[in-house]
Design a protein around this ligand. Structure first.
Ligand SMILES: [Zn+2]
Length: 427
């Protein structure tokens, strides 16, 4: 198994190189749209039987016109270069990966049933992928890209030993240009399939960003209040400018920059937090909640801003490279259950303390749900085998010691006994 990491560096193309990159982006955008038009045309012309008319006027491709698959369209590129000579300005591999990108979007659509690829408007194409490097393109403080030459790069952290550069994506952002470098190594990273060691449940929320089952509470950065205040000011200024004027364009750039700034800060914070969590435990459990539906609720804007989904992805990644187990548990009712006696304790969002009337257990509300998440994590995985009998044991059974523990009663007999509700068979 190989390990792939993405390192992102800032690059500083000179004005000539920048103009070139901008031109390439525009050419890629046009070819993307052209390829998408062909795809859409093919689908539209096969929507209704050939001997009938479509209700909408559609361009009909002939019946033997092959489906514009990735390889089909990629093979057309050299021919297209004769008709559109500007295509030859872009490195051919970059053009190919650009077509690949359309077909990735198309495959995604076919799998999920939503997200049909859209035409890209002017300026919406923001990255170019250089998929292959024969030799190391990095020379000290410069990076060598095909057809572009040497570009200054800020190597703020070195490429670790034993890694080779696989591909580079050049991204345009309001703050400037970036190179996302994919590096690969043959390091054998052990796949952590089963939980081990100290279990830790995590609950994320708005009042405290994160609470763990060990009673640690991370207050969070108050969701970048100052940064958002500035964003609001900038957006207000933008709204007063006349559209398509020079000043409008300047103001729009400033807004975009501020968005970038917030996103960078948030990501940095989340990475630090993820490492902190990995310091505290070995097996980490979180809820399998879909944060996007949560964001549609009344706390919408704030949940999106906190970026819980992104945090979960980052934590999963950090767990992987640090050799920790990461698991998801059922999210239903975690905040309404007592982690001590498992009774249902209803509480509204306002109530910040968990106080169980059944067993008298009292602690912070978020910590209580983190502990419940931890409980569920232990129960649904092999960690639970050490504890009392649970339903899950039946599923993972077949282990000799377990059958011994059941005093030789076969598993199927045990299951049928449970289903019929008859008393336990004793030998
Ligand atoms: Zn209780």
């Amino acid at each position: 198994m190989t390990l792939t990491l993405n390192y992102s560096y800032r690059i500083y193309p000179d004005s000539k190189q920048e103009a070139m990159l901008d031109q390439w982006l525009e050419i890629c955008r046009c070819s993307y749209n052209y390829a998408l038009r062909e795809l859409k045309g093919w689908i539209a012309s096969r929507k209704c039987p050939a001997d009938r008319c479509s209700l909408q006027s559609e361009y009909i491709m002939s019946a033997d016109y092959p489906f514009p698959s990735y390889h089909q369209q990629q093979n057309q590129l050299p021919k297209a270069k004769k008709v559109f000579p500007e295509l030859a300005l872009v490195p051919s591999q970059v053009l190919q990966t650009n077509v690949r990108r359309l077909h990735d979007a198309w495959d995604f659509f076919r799998d999920r049933g939503f997200g049909f690829p859209r035409f890209k408007k002017y300026g919406q194409m923001k990255s170019l992928l250089f998929p292959q490097f024969r030799s190391n393109p990095l020379t000290g403080w410069q990076i060598k890209l095909p057809k572009l030459g040497k570009v200054q790069i800020n190597l703020h952290r070195p490429i670790p030993n034993g890694f080779v550069i696989k591909q580079i994506r050049v991204v345009k952002k309001a703050m400037g240009w970036f190179a996302v470098i994919s590096i690969q190594s043959d390091i054998n990273l052990p796949e952590i399939e089963a939980p081990f060691g100290h279990p830790l449940g995590l609950d994320v929320g708005l009042s405290s960003y994160l609470a763990t089952s060990d009673n640690y509470i991370e207050k969070g950065r108050k969701f970048f209040k100052t940064e958002h205040r500035r964003l609001k000011v900038l957006q207000r200024r933008l709204s007063r400018k006349q559209k398509r004027s020079n000043n409008y364009e300047k103001a729009r750039k400033k807004v975009e920059k501020q968005h970038n700034h917030i996103a960078f800060k948030r990501k940095d914070y989340q990475f630090q937090l993820a490492h902190k969590v990995c310091d505290m435990g070995d097996s980490i459990f979180m809820e399998d909640i879909d944060f996007r539906t949560m964001a549609k609720g009344f706390l919408g804007k704030h949940t999106l801003d906190a970026g819980f989904g992104q945090f979960r992805d980052i934590l999963k990644y950090v767990c992987k490279i640090r050799g920790k187990y990461f698991g998801l548990v059922d999210h239903r009712g975690t905040s309404q259950t007592c982690p001590n006696c498992r009774a249902e304790v209803r509480k509204t969002l306002v109530l910040r303390v968990h106080n169980c009337p059944e067993c008298g257990y009292e602690c912070d509300r978020d910590v209580a749900s983190a502990q419940e998440i931890c409980n569920r994590g232990i129960e649904t995985t092999t960690l639970g085998l050490r504890g009392k009998e649970t339903v899950c044991q039946v599923e993972v059974s077949g282990v000799m010691s377990l059958d011994n523990w059941r005093r030789g009663i076969p598993l199927w007999a045990e299951i049928s006994r449970r289903e019929s509700g008859s008393p336990r068979y004793t030998a």
